[in-house]
Design a protein around this ligand. Structure first.
Ligand code: MN
Length: 432
């Protein structure tokens, strides 16, 4: 007898992986733990008839010859299968995307750091040209979307996105999916949040109010980012950090969230060996006490260099300018040779307008190419001050659909910032 199973408190990735294995090995019994996460439970309550599943009590463990484990590699996360632990004749296969090895010794394993275990199974389904019903495709895509936060979590890989694409081609239904993929907020999350609120403290650093909270946890808890986000909102601080300490494994998981631009959580977490984006990030630290991790975060926030990036750090200068008397012909030549799309028009050092490639469309006759810029320039020019932040510049560009902003200080043009300068900052390609 062959059995496929997954971890307790089964999420969509776990359940979808079980179903995917069943497509690869139709003879395997799908064994589900008694505890399912609330989203999966809601899904199964409606779709139960479509998926043939069993629970532990229905199966005689002695008859199992082959065990396929998905989305975990630890015996203690399986439901009532301890009796199989010491069976020498058992053939074990593991499919998982958590790369820390668990306690299960597998004969065959596929363990790779992708966003979801389902992705690894989709690879195999694709290779074997298996047919999927739209319902199966929908369940599988739910597994990928849940574990990757709809392909937005930093752990998401290109292969997760390709797998999602393949499932959409097989008619995965996003309407059904959305009604079941509410942010997972379980009893465990509630208990952790409650503990955090009991010990909440606020710290003032450089005019910011932040909160760091140490929480002991027992084993891996999925999706702690949800808890940190709620904690941040309830405390209404500028940034919040959860230091989740697993004393057994001697490691801490830090999850940070920020609602101000001047605290860039992604760059803080990168300094700690993790990753993320300006508003959210995480890192895992081995062999440090939670107290030491807290002190480290405080130090990083105090010296938060990245946060003080201003337009003046990103802008280009000196700026090529023209006067209102320059001919359009000359402007065309400058645009072409310098590979730019617009030039500020100045009177002395004062900004009086902007002439861009678009303005050439206003010309009616060819002879007008010899006319001065004054006739075609935009006089009402949006500008930005050097002390403003990259986000503020980006907002102006998006709102007014412009690709460049002159940087003006005391009525003088001191630089220019383009859309690509701002993008480069957001993608962290800022030169040191
Ligand atoms: Mn998973």
């Amino acid at each position: 007898m062959h059995v496929v199973t997954t971890h307790k408190n089964t999420d969509f990735d776990g359940f979808a992986s079980v179903v995917a294995v069943n497509l690869l090995f139709p003879e395997a019994y799908a064994l589900l733990p008694k505890t399912l996460n609330p989203n999966v439970k809601a899904f199964l309550s409606i779709h139960k008839d479509l998926f043939k599943t069993h629970t532990c009590g229905e199966i005689d463990l002695k008859r199992i010859q082959r065990l396929i484990v998905v989305d975990t590699s630890s015996w203690n996360r399986l439901d009532r299968l301890d009796g199989l632990k010491n069976r020498k004749d058992l053939d074990i296969q593991v499919w998982d995307h958590h790369i820390e090895r668990g306690t299960i010794c597998a004969d065959q394993s596929c363990i790779e750091p992708v966003g979801a275990t389902t992705t690894l199974l989709v690879r195999e389904l694709k290779r074997q040209h298996k047919l999927l019903t739209p319902m199966q495709a929908t369940l599988l895509i739910a597994g990928i979307y849940e574990d990757t936060g709809n392909l937005t979590f930093p752990a998401t890989t290109a292969e997760d996105a390709y797998a999602a694409g393949w499932l959409l081609e097989r008619k995965a239904d996003l309407n059904i999916l959305n009604s079941f993929l509410r942010p997972a907020y379980s009893e465990t999350h509630k208990a952790i949040l409650f503990k955090m609120l009991q010990h909440a403290k606020r710290t003032k650093i450089k005019g910011h109010c932040i909160s760091i909270n140490q929480v002991p946890i027992d084993g891996h808890v999925d999706n702690l980012a949800v808890v940190v986000r709620m904690y941040l909102e309830i405390l209404n601080v500028d940034a919040a950090f959860g230091v989740f300490a697993e004393s057994q494994k001697n490691r801490c998981t830090v999850i940070g969230r920020s609602q101000v631009e001047s605290i860039n959580v992604g760059s803080l977490m990168r300094s700690m060996g993790g990753g993320g984006h300006p508003r959210a990030g995480s890192a895992q630290i081995k062999g440090a006490s939670p107290e030491a991790v807290e002190r480290w975060i405080l130090e990083l926030v105090r010296g938060n260099q990245q946060a003080s990036v201003q337009i003046s750090d990103l802008m280009s200068f000196p700026v090529q300018t023209v006067t209102a008397e320059t001919s359009m012909e000359e402007v065309a030549l400058i645009l072409r040779t310098r590979g730019i799309t617009g030039i500020p028009v100045v009177d002395g050092e004062r900004l009086v307008g902007m002439i861009s490639r678009r303005d050439f469309r206003k010309m009616r006759k060819e002879a007008q190419i010899r006319s001065p810029v004054r006739a075609f320039m935009t006089a009402d020019v949006l500008t930005v001050e050097p002390g403003k932040s990259p986000t503020q510049a980006a907002q102006l560009m998006v709102r007014h659909d412009i690709g460049r902003l002159p940087v003006v200080k005391d009525d003088q043009v001191i630089g220019i910032i383009t859309r690509s300068d701002v993008m480069r900052y957001f993608y962290d390609l800022l030169p040191d």
